[in-house]
Design a protein around this ligand. Sequence first.
Ligand code: DON
Length: 304
Amino acid sequence: MAYQAIIQQIYEKIKAEDNIGQAASYIPQLTAVDTNLFGIHLVTKNHQEYGIGDRYVKFSIQSIAKCLSLCVAYKLLGSQIWKRVGVEPSGTAFNSLTQLELDKGIPRNPFINGGAMVVADMLVSAFRHPEEEFLSFIREINGDNDISYNEHIVQSEKEIGYRNIAICNFIKSYGNLENHPERVLDFYFRICSIEMTCQELANTFLFLADDNFRNSKGEAVLNMSQAKRINALMQTCGFYDESGEFSFTVGLPGKSGVGGGIIAIFPDKYSIAVWSPKLNEKGNSYRGMRFLEQFTTQTESSIF
Ligand code: DON
């Protein structure tokens, strides 16, 4: 497959079009990013790498990191985690409060903010140093010690985190948090503040495309059944109330973040990261969605 030529051709076409949307403004630090940056990186199961644009520039991966914290909890605690967080698409925004009340504090899925907070709570209970364990998990996957939290983003989110504080306390009121909401929120914001380049992101998620993937310790990240379930959740819940649209137009499991990043997985073939900071009205990268739609169309590489 001529991935490089196809990536280049779509990139140039989209670059020439209007860059529509807005960078996330509710996290002050994210508004400082140049909205013209646009990068793509694809890595195949056989470790062939292709890409273009600003693919070596670090950005805030935000909600994409929720997949990784979920993997840590799933690996450690197994299926019991599904008693405290659901596996159904929410059909609501990532920070919706109304649904949490209907669901009595059991978040609909692990990718809405409330779900990711419950997962963060599990890790706070399970580890003495959850922040270090989470970072080690990621670094062992891609062998890159340069991946870290961004303290400025953590502080920036804390300062304006009124809605997240409400969500976290709301869940606590239903008894679905073991730890103090402040401790859970601190770790949650830190998880979201992880920075990566498109190249690092694509390589970090390759384990979901390759059953034989081994981390730097020679271990599988998840077993096959677990990886299948994470991909299924990304397919059905990865884009909040635009998950149907992403399935419909792109046709791959994926996950977005308000930093403008998207990771998508073609199981058994490749993982691809796209980054462009301007978001559509649902909070997903405008150019990222457009790029992936055209990429899977031209390469005929949807899973459907
Ligand atoms: O909690 C928040 O609002 C952000 N840290 C993460 C939100 C996010 O990335 C939603 N994704 N599209």
